[in-house]
Design a protein around this ligand. Structure first.
Ligand code: FAD
Length: 439
């Protein structure tokens, strides 16, 4: 029998968490279709795909450790949405996991199911064992590979290149494929400025001369270009050239994870599965459906997570208004940097990081001994750090770039996890990997 809720939220990332966090403060009933029995911190994917030993640090396999018990009006569902019939306002869960096959009705729906990035993020319906096997297979293939092709020279592609070199050394040929022939050529949205040419030149120089990465102009548009391959193959470029590889990893989004949304209204979804929404982030076809990070309204700015979290909070507030029969308000994004504020080419020793928009106090406070630094302790906390300062982050009195800031990055990344609702990381729980343990 179907169970009814005021608001349902579909997604397992930080968007869904921040939306539910707001809804939990209301008196409305909330269905949180988390869809997995584990949590994984997406921002560390370049680290653990290159070094599967580190995967567990960024994963929690025990729902008891991350489910928010104090949210008494929220019910978690740990099976993913298989279909959402938007005409009927009805969600049917997949025949997998603890809540297999359940049916949920909603008054308002928030779709926060993220972007389709095979391998970089787990596929909906995957068990933790399956994900561990996938991550290990990737790490093993990268370790053995003689030629690796990363496709896409946006922020994720650059991280993959740097983490590959930092963790797998310099034995393999690494090709970074880019449509424009340039790095940082992602579409940052209509209102975004092009990345600073000086930054593009600097990153190109570091990749080419320090990391020995071949930056190759070219694009591939066949379906095989959208699937990662951990075994040898050939990528056919649009120019007709064939590019052979041992491992191929696309580092761009294949579109929004909205394949489960069904509607009789043909104006519901646009190209690449984007949900067509108005300025309130509300579907034009189904006004009781809101979307975060899956819509035609590009979330412009950096850090991406700040904008995405703000959009999620906005959608939750509008959902409460809509349930009460009130109109939704337009989304006003926070004023964040329109350039990437940092570029990471690898985390930890052997990596390289460039800060371009480091806030003032961070120049003095961003140090290792405090295990976090600004903005997690109020300035002038640098007084506490100075006596024991390792200088490793490279931001004190020296240019905010280099291996030092990269060494500092995993600690900073770990600080962000709790802020975005990822608790209990570092524990696979009782989910014993099926595959033999890696040496
Ligand atoms: C390698 C990497 C590095 C990054 N580095 C940075 C960085 O340094 N700074 C920064 O600001 N941002 C960074 N990002 C981007 C950041 O991770 C994303 O902006 C953020 O994760 C988006 O959150 P989200 O919740 O919208 O989507 P996601 O994190 O993708 O979460 C959506 C979740 O919903 C799940 N889902 C899909 N379908 C269903 C379904 N049917 N039912 C239930 N659940 C479903 C998905 O499997 C997924 O787990 C990085 C991303 C990657 C991949």
């Amino acid at each position: 029998m179907a169970k009814s809720f005021d608001v349902a939220v579909v997604g397992a990332g930080l968007s869904a968490f921040h939306a539910v966090e707001v809804l939990a403060k209301s008196k409305k009933s909330v269905a949180y279709i988390h869809g997995f029995t584990f949590q994984e911190w997406a921002m560390a994917a370049a680290v653990f795909l290159n070094s599967p030993e580190e995967h567990v640090k960024w994963t929690s396999g025990d729902p008891e450790k991350w489910m928010m018990k104090k949210w008494t009006n929220v019910e978690y569902f740990l099976s993913p949405a298989e279909t959402v019939n938007c005409d009927m306002k009805e969600i049917t869960l997949m025949q997998k996991g603890p809540d297999a096959g359940k049916v949920i009705n909603y008054k308002v729906l928030i779709v926060a199911s993220g972007q389709n990035s095979p391998l970089l993020t787990p596929t909906a319906g995957m068990s933790l064992s399956e994900r561990i096997s996938e991550v290990r297979a990737c790490g093993e293939a990268l370790k053995q590979a003689k030629t690796v092709v990363f496709n896409g020279a946006g922020l994720v592609g650059l991280e993959m290149c740097g983490d590959f070199r930092a963790r797998n050394g310099y034995g393999a040929r690494v090709v970074l494929l880019t449509r424009s022939g340039k790095v940082l050529d992602s579409d940052f949205g209509d209102k975004a400025e092009k990345p600073d040419p000086k930054m593009v030149a600097k990153v190109t120089d570091i990749l080419t001369n320090r990391f020995k990465i071949e930056i190759k102009e070219g694009a591939a548009s066949g379906p095989e270009s959208e699937q990662a391959s951990l075994s040898p193959g050939t990528l056919k470029l649009d120019s007709g050239e064939n590019l052979s590889f041992d491992v191929y990893i696309p580092c761009f989004s294949m579109g929004a994870n909205t394949g489960f949304l069904k509607s009789s209204n043909s104006n519901f979804l646009g190209p690449r599965g984007t949900m067509l929404v108005n300025e309130c982030m509300q579907s034009s076809a189904h006004p009781e459906v809101l979307g975060v990070n899956v819509t035609n309204k590009k979330l412009v700015g950096h850090p991406v997570t700040i904008i995405v979290s703000a959009a999620a909070t906005h959608c939750a507030k509008q959902a409460l208004e809509i349930v009460d029969g009130k109109p939704a308000k337009a989304f006003v994004p926070p004023k964040e940097s329109i350039h990437p504020m940092n570029v990471k080419m690898g985390h930890g020793p052997g990596g390289y990081m460039v800060w371009s928009g480091l806030p003032g106090p961070a120049h003095v406070c961003c140090c290792l001994p405090c295990g976090g630094g600004y903005p997690f302790c109020p300035p002038p906390c640098c007084w506490c750090c100075l006596p024991g300062c390792s200088g490793a982050c490279g931001t004190c009195g020296s240019p905010p770039e280099g291996e030092g800031p990269a060494v500092f990055m995993p600690a900073l990344l770990a600080k962000f996890t709790g802020m975005h609702g990822f608790k209990g990381l570092g524990d696979y729980g009782s989910d014993i990997p099926q595959q033999k343990t890696m040496a």
